[in-house]
Design a protein around this ligand. Structure first.
Ligand code: ZN
Ligand code: ZN
Length: 363
């Protein structure tokens, strides 16, 4: 079935730009978040073919009704098992075509299927295809990201009284997830991290059965999805007073590194310079060796998207991009501290989407 023929609308410029610069005859978008970005489709199976300035969504019967409701600016093609056969039967692609593909999303099985259907076709891999276009958010996308973050902020605020001696990491994580759902999140953006004591020294700790004891840090890293767009934040709290001098010193160094990086971030800046701003502060504090990951990542329809905010990133920040800034220090077997905010890149500064304070909270 096909919807009424549709011209490419607002997104048109990216198509011409890409096709012209790559001398290609079409684009095959298999990365589902990008399919959603380009035409609104949220189903779990399908791909978008761009040919002659028109978008064609191919999906299966399960999504027939959903696609009709969601998709804008693309012609809908409904097939059964082999959607590539449908492309061929509809005559949309020829063996002489040069199609740009996203190699990280095309399986070997997909590749064989396309090459079998169109012998001799040129499938040209472009790892960063669409990444720049998707990274710059529309006003509508920014509003959704603000909403996602405001849900996470409200949850953070409300769970603090529940962080009491004896609560297990897994209980607190369940509570965080539940509270997000109650406030309208469609789900969590990633598995919630709750790490007590020495577990906080693992940057990607998984919540387990550990019960909160006194004089322990509490690292919370979570985010949700709201109408497709995500939030991401980390705060490290401390249970019991006063924290050790060492914990306090590490906390202050991380806070200063995070605040310094946020204060210098703006349009036109190298992503690597944001990393440098955070990292150099921790190096000066003698903690550089314990900051074991990059400073942040792009965020939007996916919690981790282009660009990476790392020392070897070649990306340049643009107005309307959203990234995280999340330096951390991890002392193995002892404790870790991370502070993370999602920020919106503006002309001469950036704006934190979270309004949660960064001074140490003691529970
Ligand atoms: Zn995070
Ligand atoms: Zn993050």
């Amino acid at each position: 079935m096909c919807s009424s023929a549709s011209r490419v609308g607002v997104q048109g410029s990216w198509i011409q730009e890409i096709l012209k610069s790559e001398q290609a005859t079409g684009i095959l978008i298999m990365h589902l978040p990008h399919v959603r970005w380009a035409c609104g489709f949220t189903g779990s199976n399908g791909f978008l073919l761009v040919k002659e300035e028109r978008l064609h969504l191919f999906t299966d019967r399960r999504y027939e009704t959903q696609a009709t409701l969601e998709v804008h600016g693309a012609q809908i093609h409904i097939g059964s098992d082999n959607l590539v056969d449908l492309v061929r039967n509809e005559g949309l692609v020829l063996a002489t075509d040069r199609l740009l593909i996203q190699p990280q999303c095309m399986t070997v099985a997909d590749l064989y299927r396309w090459e079998a259907a169109f012998p001799g076709i040129s499938l040209i891999p472009r790892k960063n295809l669409l990444n720049r276009s998707v990274a710059v958010k529309s006003e509508e996308a920014i509003a959704k990201m603000r909403q996602a973050q405001s849900i996470s902020d409200a949850v953070f605020h409300d769970i603090i009284p529940h962080i009491t001696l004896g609560i297990r990491e897994i209980e607190l994580a369940a509570l965080i997830d539940y509270e997000h759902r109650l406030r309208g999140a469609s789900g969590m953006a990633f598995e919630t991290i709750v790490a007590f004591g020495a577990n906080s020294a693992l940057p990607h700790a998984r919540p387990g059965n550990r019960a909160l004891g006194t004089d322990e840090p509490v690292l919370l890293d979570f985010g949700c999805s709201f109408d497709g767009y995500t939030s991401d934040m980390t705060r490290t709290l401390h249970c019991g007073e006063p924290p050790s001098t060492e914990f306090r010193a590490v906390y202050e160094a991380v806070q200063e590194a995070q605040e310094r990086a946020v204060s210098v971030t703006h349009t036109g800046m190298d992503a690597s310079a944001v990393d440098h701003a955070a990292r150099s502060n921790l190096v000066t504090a003698g903690l550089g060796d314990f900051f074991s990951h990059s400073t942040g990542h792009g965020i939007g329809l996916e919690v981790h998207e282009w660009p990476r905010i790392s020392a070897n990133s070649s990306a340049i920040l643009e107005k309307g991009q959203t990234i995280t800034i999340e330096p951390g220090v991890y002392l193995p077997g002892r404790f870790g501290v991370r502070i993370e905010d999602t920020v919106l890149i503006g002309a001469s500064a950036c704006e934190r989407l979270s309004h949660i304070e960064r001074d140490l909270i003691i529970v």
